[in-house]
Design a protein around this ligand. Structure first.
Ligand code: GDP
Ligand code: MG
Ligand code: ZN
Length: 293
């Protein structure tokens, strides 16, 4: 029997494929190894069932991927929710911008979520919200203490494959537990650890949602490599720069040193925030330095 499904997790050479009825434990056909193709979490696959009793089979085909994230390694993602906390730990907007670059490179829809808004710091929050709204992102404000924003997040996830990304300790797993308590994800909270969560965030895994869709919880990043990005495309990945790129006098304008630059003019007029422009300049310099080496 032939069925179609989605790879929801992989452990030690086995892939777990969710079809409409069942989850099948599958091996990948040898032809993938020969063609140097590795099945990925998120892949839509065709499987041949070897046994309905033991729910086993083999992957015989992989549908072309819509997209591919490197961190976490998962394909066919519909959207990414980037979570930062407004305190404990303090938000690192430089890291946020680096992650946004990778998302723009993959052309993925992204939301920015500022969590722990119960922890005061109102002015800082308003400022961050302004920066990213102006940059063209939807900003969601949440707290697992006051429950603010939780149902809004819940609705965003329906029938989508959503990655929760962000540094460790910002409340990703806590938010997911609020959205769906049965997930029982481990959190930084000690009482939770004693209760032993069902899932750890070490493996990438698509977690099914009761209202349809999947979420991927990630352990959290502390840094983000960007030196594989092309310096020529960098300005396009700052999505709010795009309307001004055609106003530059020079065709290969770096938007740093050149006169008559549409981007610099937009910064002067307050259409692009100084924070994001400075972020661009520092990423540009970083990529250029890497190249020299
Ligand atoms: N004050 C406050 N603490 C939170 C909130 N969300 C999560 N936390 C706490 O932050 C810590 C880290 O949460 P966790 O979900 O493990 O973060 P993760 O590493 O991003 O998954 C835990 O002690 C949580 O209880 C929030 O909205 N407000
Ligand atoms: Mg976590
Ligand atoms: Zn320019």
């Amino acid at each position: 029997m032939i069925l179609e499904g989605t790879i929801i997790k992989g452990i030690a050479g086995f892939y777990y494929v969710a079809t409409e009825q069942n989850i099948y434990e599958c091996k990948a056909r040898g032809k993938f190894r020969n063609e140097d193709i590795t099945p990925m979490i998120g892949d839509h696959v065709v499987i041949q069932i070897s046994s309905q009793e033991t729910n086993t089979g083999s992957i015989i085909d992989i549908t072309p991927r819509k997209n591919l994230l490197i961190r976490p390694p998962v394909s066919n993602v519909d959207q990414v929710i980037i979570v930062f906390s407004i305190a404990q730990p303090d938000p690192n907007l430089y890291l946020l911008d680096r992650f946004l670059l990778l998302i723009e490179e993959q052309n993925l829809p992204a939301y920015i979520c500022f969590n722990k808004v119960d922890l005061k710091y109102q002015n800082a929050l308003i400022e961050m919200q302004e920066i990213y709204k102006k940059a063209g992102y939807d900003v969601i404000i949440t707290s697992t203490i006051t429950k603010e924003g939780v149902s809004l997040l819940q609705n965003l996830l329906i029938n989508k494959i959503t990655v929760f990304a962000g540094p460790s300790g910002v409340g990703k797993s806590s938010l997911l537990n609020e959205i769906q308590p049965s997930l029982q994800l481990k959190t930084g909270d000690i009482s939770y650890k004693l209760k032993r969560g069902k899932h750890t965030t070490r493996h990438v895994e698509l977690l099914p949602l009761e209202n349809g869709g999947y979420v991927i919880d990630t352990p959290g990043f502390t840094s983000m490599q960007i030196n594989h990005l092309s310096i020529e495309n960098l300005a396009y990945y700052y999505r709010e720069f795009q309307p001004y790129l055609s106003s530059c006098q020079f065709h290969h304008c770096s938007h740093i040193h050149e006169p008559s630059c549409g981007v610099k003019e937009a910064v002067k007029q307050g259409k692009i925030t100084l924070q994001r422009y400075e972020s661009y300049v520092s990423m540009y310099n970083e990529i250029q330095q890497q190249r020299r080496w």
